[in-house]
Ligand binder design. Structure first.
Ligand SMILES: C[S@@+](CC[C@H](N)C(=O)[O-])C[C@H]1O[C@@H](n2cnc3c(N)ncnc32)[C@H](O)[C@@H]1O
Length: 327
């Protein structure tokens, strides 16, 4: 079990500054998904038009013109998200970092399969959780009685009154946020939070560190593909400044580093499998911007060269957690 990065610093900082509190490591934990009692209606009719899907290479993707999120939304992707949730929760050792004090209303932006929301609903039975997603993955799913799903595009004005929530959470939603949307999104979060409410982000910056030739090629393909969709994953690194401008003067940060490959033991092996599945899901998007790249070269790089290289270079990626409180 090894820490890759992270140092301890002051727990509170002021505008423009950030606090780094921890590093990455792995501890295996099981998800606690059980005891779901009620079935909730999933779609609100005014959101229904948002659910536009297309099929590419036998994979299903949402295809809203107003949401550039590139990943699929089919069963295969749901399985990947659930596995990744277990990995992330294992590393964070919990589902949230903000110092929550008996929240009564919480919102999960880009809730996906709803696993985070379900676990939180069991941990906070007196809190009402609302999950919003552009894909109707939760249609017909049993949810705990204190969970509701709403189908909708979170990049548009959030259809909640000012001061509705004690806690707003987004986990791995950043890859769906065009870079020009971040400031407005953070102002929306401020609007819908109650005074003293907490905002929390957990985001990757969409690239791999300590790479060799295969990892460099992968980073470039990803960067070009995201850029073509108006997305800049590294924008999440600027969250302290963006949040300060939105009216959150104090932002806290923790960075968790995930090893890729056998050098990272069970976590590293699972993280590599997840990264390879992610890249395969993104192939239809990557080939749009890399017309010279053949599927054979892509597969050789991702499936054959990279797994060897990640151990030689000790490749890793970061999950960046930021949290801040409304005045
Ligand atoms: C990487 S998944 C993460 C899901 C979940 N938060 C988790 O950690 O397992 C990103 C989710 O954001 C959703 N999403 C992407 N763009 C969106 C948008 N504009 N509005 C609402 N949801 C969106 C996707 O459908 C997907 O379920």
């Amino acid at each position: 079990m090894s820490t890759i990065s992270g140092t301890t610093a002051s727990p509170t900082v002021s505008r423009g500054q950030i606090s780094t509190l921890g590093g990455g490591y792995y501890s295996a934990e099981q998800s606690i998904i059980s005891n779901y009692s009620n079935i909730y209606p999933t779609a609100f009719s005014d959101y229904a038009a948002e659910e536009i899907n297309i099929w590419i290479d036998e994979r299903r993707y949402q295809n809203s013109p107003n949401a550039p999120y590139p990943m699929p939304n089919d069963e295969e992707e749901c399985n990947r998200l659930e596995q990744l949730h277990v990995l992330i929760r294992g590393v964070l050792k919990q589902n949230y970092i903000a110092p929550l004090d008996e929240p009564k209303q919480a919102l999960d932006i880009g809730c996906g399969t709803g696993t985070w929301m379900r676990e939180m609903a069991l941990e906070f039975p007196d809190c009402e959780f609302t999950g919003i997603d552009i894909s109707n993955i939760l249609q017909g799913e049993k949810l705990p009685s204190n969970c509701t799903f709403k189908l909708g595009n979170a990049l548009e004005r959030l259809r909640f009154k000012d001061g509705s929530f004690d806690y707003v959470h987004q986990l791995q939603f950043g890859l769906g946020v065009p870079k020009r949307h971040w400031p407005r999104l953070c102002r929306e979060y401020k609007r819908i939070l109650r005074p003293d409410g907490w905002m929390e982000f957990a985001e990757t910056d969409g690239r791999y560190f300590r790479t060799g030739p295969a990892g460099n090629a992968i980073n470039n393909w990803l960067k070009n593909m995201y850029a073509a969709r108006g997305i800049e994953p590294r924008r999440c690194c600027l969250l302290p400044e963006i949040l300060a401008d939105a009216g959150f003067p104090v932002v806290l940060r923790r960075i968790y580093s995930f090893p890729l490959g056998q050098w990272g033991k069970r976590l590293g092996q699972a993280a590599l499998v997840d990264a390879q599945l992610t890249l395969q899901s993104l192939w239809p998007r990557i080939r749009e911007v890399e017309p010279e790249l053949t599927k054979e070269e892509f597969d050789r790089t991702v499936q054959l060269d990279w797994p060897v290289e990640v151990d030689e270079h000790k490749t890793y990626f970061n999950l960046r957690v930021y949290w801040c409180q409304k005045d």
